[in-house]
Design a protein around this ligand. Structure first.
Ligand SMILES: C[S@@+](CC[C@H](N)C(=O)[O-])C[C@H]1O[C@@H](n2cnc3c(N)ncnc32)[C@H](O)[C@@H]1O
Length: 313
């Protein structure tokens, strides 16, 4: 891992308790601002210069973006910025406590213009509810986009909750910090729109991550053939489910790894479950190399794998 990544990138899936105490993570008490989908990090780096007295947090789903932004921040010496390779929707809800953020910024989210993809747009009722809850009273949401219809829809979604004072969409003047997408669209002559909203009330939010590291013990030594037969094991629940795809023996036959996929309320993860012979019986637990967030379906997958192996024993 490069020094830039070590300095700036956090791994909240390893943390025992979430939402996190961000003052503890940053090592100082300061207002927290969050950017979702920071791309190459131009905005968060500019904000870091303008707000040395704030703690800044970014969530991105692209590893190369995290890498580029971390290097930018390291060159700048911005020690008060942390980045997470985490779905912003999930990260904001699960990792930021109620009233924990002073500002949330979103620049050029994917607009998903086709009607059949409308469900993928970021500013839906659940996300807007999360914004209302994680922002302090008076805290700000700022959305910047080149798609006016998207800006209007997001503004309307926030208005609908009765939790925000919303301004815009209004044209955003060309005053920087010139994110990659802002430059791209301005060069093509597109107008850029901004929506600003102040959180005045909050809605309750339902969080699903955290809790104990799931593990189970199976009586006796399971044989690796029964682990291989787990391929295809799956369960569906109303908020998601899990599927096992492939199992491999590892560690010269001392253990096996079971590749598992989960979905919890649209949040997808993939990881390995480790099956290992122990002094008493067989242990089933999350493999340390691919730790997921401990969501209900991650916990259920570990338990179900142990149950299936117990039945086969
Ligand atoms: C159009 S780009 C904009 C990047 C940057 N904000 C800019 O203005 O140049 C959208 C970015 O959002 C990221 N993204 C998409 N869905 C996301 C999600 N659920 N959570 C966090 N980032 C996401 C993408 O990886 C991509 O970097």
């Amino acid at each position: 891992m490069s020094t830039a990544l070590a300095q700036h990138v956090v791994h909240p899936e390893l943390w025992e308790s979430v939402p996190a105490d961000w003052d503890e993570v940053f090592g100082r008490v300061a207002p927290l601002a969050v950017e979702l989908g920071f791309g190459n990090g131009e905005f968060i780096a500019t904000l870091a210069r303008e707000r040395p007295d704030w703690n800044l947090l970014g969530f991105e789903i692209s590893l190369s973006c995290v890498d580029r932004a971390a290097h930018r921040l390291a060159r700048q010496g911005a020690s008060h910025v942390r980045l997470g390779l985490v779905d912003g929707r999930f990260g904001l809800r699960e990792l930021v406590p109620d009233g924990g953020a002073w500002a949330v910024y979103v620049h050029f989210p994917c607009p998903w213009p086709k009607a059949r993809h409308a469900g993928r747009r970021l500013f839906d009722a659940t996300f807007v509810g999360t914004l209302s809850s994680v922002l302090v009273t008076g805290g700000e949401v700022r959305l910047v986009t080149d798609v006016r219809a998207y800006a209007e829809e997001a503004a309307a979604e926030m208005e609908r909750t009765g939790c925000f004072e919303v301004e815009g969409p209004e044209p955003l003047l060309d005053t920087g910090p010139d994110t990659r997408y802002e430059l791209k669209w301005r060069r093509q002559g597109r107008p850029i729109w901004r929506v600003t909203a102040r959180a005045m009330r909050s809605l309750p939010v339902h969080r699903i991550a955290g809790g104990e590291m799931p593990h189970a013990r199976v009586e006796g030594r399971v044989d690796w053939d029964s682990v291989t037969r787990l391929d295809g094991l799956s369960e569906r629940a109303s908020h998601g489910g899990f599927t096992v795809r492939e199992a491999y023996t590892a560690d010269h036959g001392a253990s096996a790894l079971v590749r598992t996929f989960t979905t919890d309320e649209g949040f997808q993860q993939q990881f390995f479950v480790l099956v290992a012979h122990a002094r008493k019986g067989t242990l089933v637990k999350l493999d340390g190399g691919t730790l997921p967030f401990r969501t209900p379906n991650v916990k259920r997958a570990v338990a179900a794998i142990a149950e299936a192996l117990e039945e086969a024993a």
